[in-house]
Design a protein around this ligand. Structure first.
Ligand code: NAD
Length: 445
């Protein structure tokens, strides 16, 4: 199938590469000439496990091409996928539709023959109708259908999730459009759940899913606060809860709050849509407010550890919003750092993949280390903010020898509390009692 993909970001690029790998002829379109120049030169523009190898393979095979020209990408396509951003509107916090509307308007004049336009961007309910109207206005003779095809990939696992989706949701209002999408997903037949629903249901499924996951994270974070006060251990509590198949064991890891380019904006957009429709959604509102508060609380924890130290130095491990990605958009680490920097502290940070993207956001406000041990030199506290597996291998004896004071705030519960105590650290994890080396060492096992 000939597929044009508008938007070559964290969704568009892995989708394009995946569809090329399945044998489709793919053209990725982006309005950022720098991005397209890099991709044309064979340079991948974002980090995703396994993406570079597949990208190189499919570029070499001539199955995927890159362009800034909407005409080139759309005129021969059987299917055009829209994967542009839908960021929060700066004032109302609803999904800002300017990129979607621009893409729909720009593509309209190049449609030739019957074409399916599918939105993979996360879009408010009713967007399919808006796109239809925009295209029909610009090109009254166009022969097309608009389909909602929400994307559920997880950053860090985008390639895996492309080839092993939990489900494919298709919101199509015509049989003809449904058949085009069925053809596209033929390689997945019998291997995944294909759900064909009304377009408006499909648009809603995406927001309803993300809001639910955000609420689940918020819930376990509140339960972690409870455990800290009562002497229970959230790791044990979450394990016990997760064994109930009605609850499930995923998304029960407490941490510094949810982040990334989806949950914060999608919860706000869902709350906005609910208000517009006079529907009260108290859980989503609680999750949004609680998540903002959470990141402030994490910064306070870190500052508490260095209270009384003159010109404190903070070593931060982890800048990306989660492991497996270089994406720092709405990363809890970025917000916690913003809070810390208001208190005249010196921060040195390290992240295995996100140094470049973090530097674009933070510039010279912090120092950047080449590895995790360099970040610790002369530090008064170590704050772990992203759950990279690499940080679990930290040699705490070596870490202690490099630091000025032995304090750890482990916002991802990556380190072993007993190991920390044995190496003389005061340690605060999430959802478990904070421990002090001079008081609690004898309890270490
Ligand atoms: P992104 O910012 O990484 O990429 C969007 C790209 O679209 C940019 O490269 C931008 O230059 C390009 N673009 C914008 N307008 C354009 C136009 N008119 N013509 C051509 N190119 C244009 O965004 P993303 O993270 O890939 O997210 C895209 C959409 O997918 C959003 O709606 C998001 O909510 C949704 N989504 C994202 C994820 C994720 O994990 N990132 C997962 C599921 C769904």
């Amino acid at each position: 199938m000939k597929v044009g993909i508008i938007g070559t970001g964290y969704v568009g690029l892995p989708t394009g590469v995946g569809l090329a790998e399945l044998g489709n002829d793919v053209i990725c379109i982006d309005r950022e000439p720098k991005k397209i120049e890099a991709l044309k030169a064979g340079k991948i523009t974002l980090y995703e496990d396994g993406l570079e190898e597949l990208f190189n393979k499919n570029v070499k095979a001539g199955r995927i091409k890159f362009t800034t020209s909407m005409k080139e990408g759309v005129e021969d396509a059987d299917l055009v996928i829209i994967a542009v951003g839908t960021p929060p509107h700066p004032v109302t916090k609803e999904a800002d539709m300017k990129y979607i509307h621009a893409a729909a308007t720009e593509l309209a004049e190049y449609l030739r023959g019957y074409t399916v336009i599918a939105t993979k961007s996360t879009v408010p309910v009713g967007t399919g109708d808006d796109i239809e109207a925009l295209i029909a206005k610009k090109n009254p003779f166009a022969n097309f259908d608009v389909v909602s095809l929400p994307e559920f990939l997880r950053e860090g696992f985008a390639v895996h999730d492309f080839f092993h989706p939990d489900r494919v949701v298709v919101g199509a209002n015509t049989e003809k459009a449904r058949n085009v999408i069925k053809e596209l997903y033929k390689p997945f037949e019998g291997k995944t759940n294909m759900l064909f629903v009304k377009r408006r249901s499909s648009e809603t499924i995406k927001y309803a899913s993300n809001a639910f996951l955000a609420i689940k994270i918020h819930y376990i974070n509140e339960m972690a606060n409870f455990c800290e006060k009562t002497g229970a251990d959230i790791t044990e509590v979450a394990k016990g809860m997760g064994l109930d198949s009605r609850i499930g064991n995923r998304f029960l890891n407490p941490g510094p709050g949810y982040g990334g380019s989806c949950f914060p904006k999608d919860t706000m957009a869902m709350a906005y849509m609910a208000r517009q429709n006079d529907v009260e959604m108290t859980l989503i509102k609680a999750a949004i407010d609680g998540n903002v508060k959470r990141k402030k609380e994490m910064a306070e924890r870190i500052l508490e550890m260095v209270k009384g130290i003159e010109k404190p130095r903070i070593a931060v491990l982890g800048l990306a919003f989660k492991d497996g990605t270089d994406d720092c958009r709405e990363s809890p680490a970025m917000e916690i750092l913003g809070n810390l920097l208001e208190h005249k502290v010196q921060v040195t940070a390290y992240d295995p993949k996100a140094m470049g993207t973090a530097c674009q956001l933070l510039g010279d406000k912090i120092c950047y280390a080449d590895d995790m041990y360099q970040a610790l030199e002369g530090a008064d506290v170590l704050a772990i903010l992203t759950e990279w597996g690499e940080f679990k291998t930290l040699d705490l004896a070596k870490a202690g020898s490099l630091m000025r004071h032995k304090n750890i705030v482990d916002c991802r519960n990556l380190l072993d509390v007993n190991d920390a105590l044995r190496n003389g650290f005061d340690y605060q994890g999430i959802g478990k009692k904070a421990v002090k080396a001079d008081v609690d060492l004898r309890k270490a096992v």
